[in-house]
Design a protein around this ligand. Sequence first.
Ligand code: ATP
Length: 428
Amino acid sequence: MSVPPADDPRALRDALLGQLAGGARGVIATLAAEAPLYAVGGAVRDVILGRPVADIDLVSERDAIDLAQHALPETHLTTHTRFRTASLRIDGRRIDLATARSETYERPAALPRVAPAPIGDDLRRRDFAVNAVALRLSGDAALLDPIDGIADIHARRIRVLHDRSFIDDPTRIFRAHRYAARLGFTIDPHTRELLRQALPHIAALSAARVRRELELVIAEMTGAAALASLHEDGVLAAVHPVLAWDAPRSAALTVPPRWQVPWQPFGFALLSAGSSADEAESIDARLHLRRADAEAVRGIAALRQSAHMLARRDAKPSGVVVLLDRYPPASVAALAATAADGVVREIAHRYLAEWRHVKPQLSGRDLQEMGVPEGPRVQQGLQLIRAARLDGWARDRDDERVLVARFVKSIRDAGAMTGELRLHSNGH
Ligand code: ATP
């Protein structure tokens, strides 16, 4: 992708619109014909960097909901009346239209009071200078850069707009590291100092807001690098003292994924891999995790207790499977990445890569046709032949049939024996 000259607003506008399909371009043209319209934040920053643009944030000094409803009467809009925003999806992209606003923070870490304001004020409420740049899309193209954000984009630097920024909104602490990792930028030294000073204010953020920030970090392609620097700056410990990150975790949370396990639960299990069962509970109490994430966090804590059972090179695969099938795969993957004992790591890895996928060839119905009675015996029989496959006793369908025939015979023999016992105890 070619980089348009950053001092040529028209070239930037053409480059931005050139990345969009016809539907999204049409929506923007319709809005821009109706009222002065600006692209702001990430889209402008990314087009200056020559990076592909994902979602688009638009700002208008007219009320965004009125404008969108009036200009796009046929389009499905999602509106937020508190912030006066309207958003829509088109061509696989999200377009957000916001009313230009100012924000005032009455308390640290609380949501701001908002009021309609000129575009210049809207840029001054933003998180970092690199995001405080607007490109006018209606009439003559123009760049608005009141805080020298373009210079920061060229210098590849993340800088807050004022010294209280992280105190007003501590979620910006996470955002700073997320952007730095994603864009390959560095956090400006003064900003980094302010970030460290604001760490105590993370405690005032609600569970949902901190959890959301961690979810966003984990979801990024460069999430591992962001987590490493969040750890280094003491941010993870400020969320909960047990949360940590290191090189083995970074190596595990890479794209493409090494193990087929759900990504977000895996990220949270890695973050909490050093925790005890009680600490896992208190992590969940702090973050109100989504259910699968909470289970993965509990799972890795419980697995740490039983890891010693896996520290044997001659462990039978069937035994390993009985133990590890009880835990979410994301927890086992976190164990495979972080266990201190190399044998445990290797066994957990083999479980994830091979053993958990081993299934018998015969089905429950096959077993019933061979004489296994309906009920829990069918599950037992399937487990038996799965264990035999895992440990190498059964290689194909025929081997499995031999085992099932023996299983049926043992059920019948046991049945006959209890029948005889019953006859005896009845006094016959
Ligand atoms: P991108 O900037 O690439 O879109 P993103 O998807 O993380 O990354 P959003 O969360 O959609 O960005 O935010 C869009 C814009 O809104 C940002 O560019 C920033 O200017 C502003 N913004 C978002 N969150 C905050 C915040 N907590 N404080 C101040 N400004 C914010």
